[in-house]
Design a protein around this ligand. Structure first.
Ligand code: AMP
Ligand code: MG
Length: 315
């Protein structure tokens, strides 16, 4: 069973001891809780993949305390990375850069490494106290709902030895991942940091093939990989009120946003919606719901990250 402890001096000391022994510790970030381990210890990283049952082709993000530590992971730190880091770090933006020749790959990443400086004080304390770069994917079983509280971590990963409790994550959704190895920065994963603010800082951003800009319908749902999924079957609906419920497993719940009635009513503001989404899915699972009818959010860019998560949850 996991021990959940406060991130005070003693808690941090225990966490650092475990990390230095090549084992894992769950800790809060401003996005979601991470399952942390020394990013360049083969043994520690293997423990992450084992506990999460994560496919080995899915690479990990390396968390570091500051820009100087990020630069140590690469021989090629682009000016653009410098500008973005100056503006958005600490914060929910992950940058993919060329990996330094002396470092091992993490997961199936080719010659690149993904890095960010998290904004949560506990994450920063842990990075500084350990002096280690920490790989920290979401602290849940692979494909499941990401944890936004320490309680979510324990329920999904009861075998994690230690969980630092830092309360509820403020963003509640994963970081935005941006590849800055080429001339035009490329969005690899929509996330907490919105595209508009990124464009303001960086100009044009290339979008992934499977997601297109404002107003354009998503292509084939078959392109979505299942991820972020509750135990219940989630179904995305144009209008949850119009759904023919015969043949759907009961109990049935609805997840909507403000302005209509539902079992879980989230904010009509995309940032607030994102912050509550995983907690709402956890609540519906805990309530033993079998089917979740999800009201589709608007097809606008502000909702890109939320729509990405919902489409994968429903895949
Ligand atoms: P997480 O599951 O939050 O640890 O995030 C892992 C995600 O970060 C992956 O699914 C990729 O989208 C992205 N990522 C991490 N490392 C790399 C890399 N070297 N190259 C491209 N994307 C990466
Ligand atoms: Mg995850």
């Amino acid at each position: 069973m996991s021990t959940v402890i406060q991130p005070d001096a003693d808690g941090l000391r225990r966490a650092v001891e475990i990390l230095r022994a090549d084992s894992v510790v769950a800790f809060p970030t401003e996005t979601v809780y991470g399952l942390g381990a020394h990013a360049f210890s083969e043994k520690a990283v293997a423990e992450i993949y084992r506990l999460k049952n994560r496919p080995t082709w899915n690479p990990l993000i390396v968390h570091v305390a500051d820009v100087a530590a990020a630069r140590e992971l690469t021989d090629e730190w682009p000016d653009r990375a410098d500008e973005l880091a100056a503006r958005f770090w600490p914060g929910p933006l992950t940058l993919v850069v060329r990996r330094a020749a002396h470092l091992p790959g993490i997961g199936a990443s080719d010659d690149t490494v993904a890095v960010r400086v998290p904004a949560h004080p506990v994450a920063l304390d842990l990075l500084r106290a350990s002096g280690l770069p920490l790989a920290a994917p979401s602290a849940n079983r692979s494909e499941g709902i990401s944890p936004t509280t320490a309680g979510h971590v324990v329920r999904s990963l009861p075998d994690v030895p230690l969980v630092l409790d830092g309360g509820t994550c403020s963003w509640g959704i994963e970081s935005t991942v941006l590849d800055v190895t080429g001339d035009v920065p490329r969005l690899l994963r929509p996330g907490a940091l919105g595209l508009r603010i990124l464009r303001d800082a960086s100009g044009t951003i290339a979008l992934p093939e499977s997601e297109t800009a404002d107003g354009v319908a998503r292509p084939s749902p078959g392109m979505s990989r299942r991820h972020y999924a509750p135990r219940a079957r989630a179904i995305l609906c144009k209008d949850v009120r119009d759904v023919d419920r015969s043949g759907l497993a009961e109990p049935i719940a609805t997840l909507v946003y403000e302005g209509s009635d539902g079992t879980e009513v989230l904010s009509a503001d995309p940032r607030e919606y994102a912050a509550d989404l995983y907690a709402a899915l956890h609540r519906l699972d805990d309530a033993g719901v079998a089917t979740i009818l999800v009201q589709e959010p608007p097809q606008t860019e502000d909702w890109l990250a939320v729509r990405d998560r919902l489409s994968r949850a429903a895949a």
